[in-house]
Design a protein around this ligand. Structure first.
Ligand SMILES: Nc1ncnc2c1ncn2[C@@H]1O[C@H](COP(=O)(O)OP(=O)(O)OP(=O)(O)O)[C@@H](O)[C@H]1O
Ligand SMILES: [Mg+2]
Length: 352
């Protein structure tokens, strides 16, 4: 596949292309870094080390069970399945793999015709290996199509194995789940995202500040694809990765402003806190954007004592719920800020 050939140069950085006019053209049409740095080997996948270890054992052993990999977006599910298929089949990847994703028609007819005929086809593979059918974004397959897979998976299991990737494993019907080994991928940890970002910064010569990288990690919430995309957008827009540039690109409420606002709440200074809120609102952020950022900042704010933090999070949670129910107004957020401030004020001062 194209991504395999393009990515195979990644481990060593940029490909050593001869400097010609074509080369300059090719360089100026830059690939998205998420694709350029898509891992090809299981070893290159960061995070979820226990699960990736299991995949490595399967790759060595050669006898792949049907598998389902589930987890949130951008954490390496599709990548892992492709890496595994490459490790298992090597040069026979092209003939030995059928990939269907949500962009393909995957109704009952496709299961009956395309998948079945691939499963029946004779292909020469390395000894002891099986053909692999990759069903990416399998949670978007209709229940009917999944039902049609049940027997197919069993009948052809001596020659063909299935690898499914999905965001929500509960959208896969029980009988299919029971036929597969389910691997769950967790969101990537900050240190894991940082490691990958540092590698890419080095290979692409991106100037950065440490706070800038922290801002990327903060905005991406464990989603590697988002982190890499935001890195590339910040670099191409501003040529330097600093927190301000990152927040301009990602367009999220700036955590520093939110932190100041929460600091004011902690002191019971309602005017400053409301001014901060008003500032964010006037910048056009939605109520959900604001409340989610307030939650994430308060969670990581070391200045708040444990007790206050718990109380703050509870209030923020209630407000988040009301906003999701449809009342996303400035008044709603203002009321939350007022309640947070009230906690800091001694009860006797509240009575007139
Ligand atoms: N664990 C990881 N290690 C290294 N790179 C990663 C990892 N996870 C994601 N990436 C980067 O993010 C890109 C997208 O990853 P991938 O397509 O595997 O996500 P996914 O988990 O399948 O997401 P989705 O649920 O949206 O399909 C890859 O091209 C790669 O550059
Ligand atoms: Mg995917």
């Amino acid at each position: 596949m194209a991504e395999a050939t393009s990515a195979s140069t990644n481990g060593t950085g940029k490909a050593a292309l001869p400097i010609t006019a074509n080369h300059v053209d090719a360089e100026s049409y830059e690939m998205p870094w998420v694709e350029k740095y898509r891992p090809v080997l299981l070893d290159d996948i960061v995070g979820n080390s226990e699960t990736v270890e299991r995949l490595k054992v399967i790759a060595q052993d050669g006898n792949m069970p049907h598998i389902i990999i589930s987890g949130t977006p951008g954490i390496g599910k599709t990548t892992s399945i492709h890496c595994l298929a490459h490790a298992l089949l090597g040069d026979a990847y092209k003939e030995g793999v059928l990939e269907l994703n949500a962009s393909d028609e995957r109704g009952i007819d496709v299961v009956r015709n395309k998948i079945k005929s691939f499963a029946q086809r004779k292909v020469t593979l390395p000894a002891g290996r099986h053909k692999i059918i990759i069903l990416d974004e399998a949670d978007s397959m209709t229940t009917g199509a999944q039902q049609a897979l049940r027997r197919t998976m069993e009948i052809y299991s001596n020659t063909t194995r299935f690898a499914l990737a999905c965001n929500l494993s509960n959208k896969i019907i029980e009988p299919i789940q029971s036929r597969c080994a389910i691997l769950r991928y967790a969101k990537l940890r900050d240190a894991e995202v940082l490691k990958r970002l540092l590698e890419i910064c080095k290979l692409e010569d991106v100037p950065y500040s440490d706070e800038g990288l922290s801002a990327l990690i903060f905005t991406s919430e464990g989603d590697m694809r988002q982190a890499i995309n935001n890195l590339q957008s910040t670099f191409s827009g501003f040529n330097f990765v600093s927190p301000d540039n990152v927040f301009k690109v990602c367009d999220q409420p700036h955590p520093v402003i939110v932190k100041k606002m929460l600091g004011a709440c902690q002191k019971g200074d309602v005017d400053t806190a409301l001014d901060g809120l008003r500032g964010l609102w006037d910048q056009g952020y939605s109520a959900v954007d604001i409340v989610v950022t307030i939650f994430r900042v308060s969670k990581t704010m070391d200045e708040l004592p444990e007790y206050t933090k718990l109380e703050f999070i509870r209030e923020i949670g209630w407000t988040h719920m009301r906003i999701l129910e449809g009342v996303g107004t400035l008044v709603q957020l203002g009321a939350m800020v007022a309640r947070l401030c009230r906690m800091a004020i001694a009860p006797e001062k509240l009575t007139i």
